[in-house]
Design a protein around this ligand. Structure first.
Ligand SMILES: NC(=O)c1ccc[n+]([C@@H]2O[C@H](COP(=O)([O-])OP(=O)(O)OC[C@H]3O[C@@H](n4cnc5c(N)ncnc54)[C@H](OP(=O)(O)O)[C@@H]3O)[C@@H](O)[C@H]2O)c1
Length: 324
């Protein structure tokens, strides 16, 4: 797979990575988890060159880092591990619909305790990319970022990144320590970052990691109706997936499919190729626990879309319903 770097100074990675969240968290929670298949998907990702593996301490909570650690136990040096800190789980089943109840915690003492726990679960002595999951509105970002920077000084993290931030928050963090990457929701139906965050990252050599790059599966035609969503699934609570909105948004799915048919690729490959074309340091992290989907997604890395195809995709109308 073609490679790039995580921003102008970061490690080399395949231009498409792998998000591990859905292997243990958020989607289809009523179904039994198939750990062996998930481990094999992570191995397959490395073999395909998708070397950036994204997780977070709060996914599971905690079990997703354990899963990634287990998968990488005998091949640690082949992966670039990205995990996150800064969301605290207060109650594993106390949130909406029995989901984990989480809240931001950006206190420096939380960060310094959390990284040791993440290292333990991941079975490694360093994290390649340690990311602040959310800025805590009650803690100045400089303070939290200072604690992430200390993890770099201590050799526990190589690079540090942010998630879901404004340009102003990036600049405040930069005043303390370089920002290697910013992770944001970014896909054919979520393009907010194109206005300010993406141009700023581009000018400053910061990597951008689009999360939910496949629109949580929606852009690929996985769901024609609200009832197609699994029973215990975070998407059931998102505005865009509510029945009337979802139906209206199927028009977007048809437009992605149209371009895919024209270029002889799959909708997933088109959605990822459009993202990869957004900049040198843009590395989408599609999530899957399914071997055939992983192979499909890897094909997005080397698909070249013409200017006309990109223009058609740019012209896709905004979706109905907020993303959260
Ligand atoms: N920073 C943040 O706040 C944040 C928030 C959300 C996510 N993330 C990260 O971003 C990663 C990806 O996001 P995501 O998982 O929310 O959404 P996504 O990658 O847009 O979509 C994942 C969904 O699409 C399905 N899928 C994947 N490839 C497919 C293919 N080729 N054909 C058909 N279906 C396919 C998956 O199915 P199966 O799972 O059934 O295989 C899953 O249901 C996460 O794993 C996580 O690491 C970060």
């Amino acid at each position: 797979m073609r490679t790039t770097t995580l921003g102008s100074h970061g490690p080399e990675v395949g231009v498409v990575g792998l998000g591990a969240m859905g292997m243990s968290f958020a989607y289809d929670m009523a179904a039994p988890r198939d750990v062996a298949t998930s481990v094999s998907v992570i191995h397959q990702a490395l073999d395909l060159g998708m070397t950036l593996i994204d997780t977070a301490d709060v996914y599971g909570p905690y079990t997703n880092e354990e899963l990634v650690g287990r998968a990488l136990a005998d091949r640690r040096d082949r992966a670039v591990i990205a995990t996150k800190v800064g969301m605290e789980c207060l109650d594993p089943t106390g949130g909406p619909g029995g989901a984990p109840l989480v809240r931001p915690n950006g206190r420096p003492e939380h960060v310094s305790a959390a990284i040791d726990a993440s290292l333990r679960r991941l079975g490694t002595d360093h994290i390649d990319l340690y990311q602040l999951h959310r800025v805590d509105p009650e803690v100045p970002v400089e303070e939290t970022w200072g604690a992430l920077a200390e993890a770099v000084t201590a050799g526990k993290a190589r690079y540090i990144g942010l998630s879901e931030v404004s340009v102003q928050q990036i600049q405040r963090a930069q005043s303390i320590h370089p920002v290697a990457t910013v992770q944001s929701e970014f896909s054919l139906w979520t393009r907010d970052v194109k206005t300010e965050v993406l141009p700023y990252c581009h000018e400053n050599g910061i990597g951008l990691l689009p999360y939910s790059p496949l629109g949580r599966g929606f852009l690929l035609g996985r769901f024609a109706s609200f009832d197609d969503l699994p029973a215990d699934d975070q998407r059931r609570r998102l505005p865009r997936f509510q029945q009337d909105n979802l139906r209206a948004n199927l028009d977007i799915v048809s437009k992605v499919r149209e371009v895919a048919d024209r270029v002889g690729a799959t909708p997933a490959q088109v959605a990822l190729a459009w993202l990869v074309a957004q900049g040198e340091y843009v590395v989408p992290i599609p999530g899957t626990k399914t071997p055939k989907y992983l192979a499909d997604n890897a094909g997005g890395a080397d698909l070249k879309l013409s200017a006309a195809d990109l223009a058609d995709l740019d012209a896709i109308p905004a979706p109905v319903g907020a993303r959260y």
